[in-house]
Design a binder for this molecule. Structure first.
Ligand code: SAH
Ligand code: SF4
Ligand code: F3S
Length: 441
């Protein structure tokens, strides 16, 4: 048998890209490719890119510059660009970098095998359509290889919210939910292959509504159906929009034991004036009331968020309102970013905040979040939590996993193996992780 061709995929951006990279690897598996860990010696290199901030997009061109040099020494190497930069700047990529053989947008991955075949004839291939058909329906040539204990599963894609700063509605297209039956089948398949925790993904995952015959399914209903799968121990979902947190989903946090007590609920700003200019359609107060309801359903839930500092026209008073909101909520973690101008989005045209002001605000916000994060992590000491172990730790004899609240936890215990869900008493809190001891089952 011919030895497999080597495929190297480099993934940038969000978890949806991680999931898509796995699907692309499977699709190219049907063309005789096996994945490899290094670009050197690969027959095909795919960059799965992110367009969310300017820096993310710039990285792609500098990486392509390096790959061009590699290609000069390996003439048969094919270079492909996938993901959100491919969607947003496909033709420009082709023009700026002649070493690129293939550009494929996030909705066209099912066409990748044919595109790869075209590149083998010496042609270049570009596909950034938003086809009517479901790309995932065609990406089911899944080899039944065993999997690690955790997996992502995309259930919804795209976004109709059009926040004034964001490229996602343009790069991922309109909001689409995958059919319930397909999601359940895929989840069962993952569990059969060893997965114990599934994170449901979507740009607006809590807007999930099923499709076709089951177009009235909420995310909560989907979670309850997934919870029926024997062997699946944990369910998570990300990312949610505050306006789509319905009563049933809040209730599920209280009554569905497999749904983990962690929720990523971005708010972006604490200033109502800025939220309005961002087109977020919620206020700081409505967000805080929502969190109160979620905490009433699940008091120990850990919250995380996303924040943008230095959005156009943001004043010191607006920024202070964001710090006030953070102080009131008390986050377990958060992602925060300086506003980055994205061509084609409404906010790009507005009065920009100077770069040094953005940097100063980001520093202050991250200091506050850092203190909250540390306090929430330290508060776990003495508590008993579930930990799903994933892999050996840095030190000999150590195993690491994630707690119910998504904290990294390590134990030194020779009886622990990857994939085990154990009850652990937390005994210490370090800079980025907790340490614990397994409690007899
Ligand atoms: N769908 C999710 C997240 C989308 S992108 C949501 O609605 O929250 C992830 C995060 O990137 C956003 O939450 C936002 O905080 C950040 N982001 C998006 N566009 C940005 C921009 N132009 N500049 C800086 N950060 C941005
Ligand atoms: Fe972007 Fe999220 Fe807003 Fe959609 S809801 S436009 S993905 S930030
Ligand atoms: Fe980036 Fe696209 Fe995800 S822009 S954050 S890879 S949806």
């Amino acid at each position: 048998m011919e030895s497999p061709k080597k495929l190297y995929i480099k993934t940038y951006g969000c978890q949806m890209n991680v999931y898509d990279s796995e699907r692309m690897a499977e699709a190219l598996g049907a063309r005789g490719y096996a994945q490899t860990d290094t670009p050197e010696g690969a027959d095909m290199i795919l960059l799965n890119t992110c367009h969310i901030r300017e820096k993310a997009a710039e990285k792609v061109y500098s990486e392509l510059g390096r790959l061009k040099l590699l290609k000069a020494t390996q003439p048969d190497l094919k270079i492909g660009v996938a993901g959100c930069v491919a969607q947003a700047e496909g033709e420009e990529i082709m023009r700026r970098q002649p070493a690129v053989d293939l550009v494929v947008g996030p909705q066209s991955y099912h066409r990748l095998p044919q595109m790869e075949a075209r590149t083998r004839t010496g042609a270049r291939a570009l596909d950034t359509d938003f086809p009517e058909e479901d790309k995932f329906a065609h990406l089911d040539a899944r080899p039944k290889a065993p999997r690690g204990p955790t997996a992502f599963l995309t259930v919804q894609e795209g976004c109709d919210k059009f926040c004034a700063f964001c490229v996602v509605p343009y790069t991922r297209g309109a909001e689409v939910s995958r059919p319930v039956a397909r999601v359940l089948d895929e989840a069962r398949d993952l569990v059969d292959r060893g997965v114990r925790e599934i994170t449901l993904l979507g740009q607006n995952v809590n807007a999930y509504h099923g499709a076709g015959e089951a177009c009235d399914w909420s995310l909560a209903r989907l979670i309850r159906a997934l919870a029926e799968i024997d062997g699946l121990a944990r369910i998570r979902f990300t990312t949610s929009h505050p306006n789509d947190m319905d009563d049933d989903l809040i209730a599920a946090h209280g009554d569905c034991a497999k749904l983990m007590p962690y929720l990523h609920l971005p708010v972006q700003s604490g200033s109502d004036r800025i939220l309005k200019r961002m087109n977020r359609a919620h206020t700081a107060d409505s967000y805080i009331r929502l969190i109160e309801r979620i905490r009433a359903a699940r008091p120990d839930i850990l919250l995380s968020g996303d924040f943008i500092v230095g959005f156009p026209e943001e004043t010191e008073a607006d920024f202070q309102a964001t710090l006030d909101l953070i102080s009131e909520v008390g986050y377990g973690s958060a992602y925060s970013f300086k506003y980055s101008t994205r061509p084609g989005t409404p906010a790009a045209e507005r009065d920009q905040v100077p770069e040094d002001e953005k940097a100063d605000r980001l520093k202050r916000l991250q200091a506050l979040i850092g203190r909250q994060q540390r306090a929430r992590q330290d508060a776990m000491v003495g508590k008993t939590v579930g930990v799903l172990f994933e892999k050996p730790g840095r030190e000999a004899g150590q195993m690491v996993g994630k707690s119910d609240h998504l904290h990294a936890v390590h134990v030194s215990d020779p009886t622990v193996t990857p994939g085990q869900l154990r009850t652990v008493r937390i005994v210490g809190s370090g800079s980025n992780s907790l340490s614990g001891e397994c409690v007899a089952p």
